[in-house]
Design a protein around this ligand. Structure first.
Ligand SMILES: [Zn+2]
Length: 79
């Protein structure tokens, strides 16, 4: 995992985005989301080959992006 100022760099968009932790309130799931390309991970195992699109992830949980309650938990999740 590549780090920048204590934050995790997104492996999908090659350093453009940083990964923040978020809680999808509707389904009580914690996910990790890139602030640039919206790749998302359901675990802290952030790799280029295991992300899904946030929209796709939400849809697979019967949620719509514009209506989902997504709580931003910040970038400081990786200790
Ligand atoms: Zn990204």
């Amino acid at each position: 995992m590549q780090m920048f100022n204590g934050k995790v760099v997104c492996p999908r968009c090659d350093g453009n985005g940083l990964i923040y932790q978020a809680k999808i309130v509707d389904v009580k799931l914690t996910v990790y989301i890139c602030d640039e390309c919206e790749a998302s991970w359901i675990s802290a195992d952030i790799r280029k080959d295991n992300f899904q699109d946030l929209t796709t992830f939400l849809e697979s949980n019967n949620l719509i992006y514009s209506k989902a309650q997504i709580l931003d938990l910040g970038y400081e999740w990786k200790k």
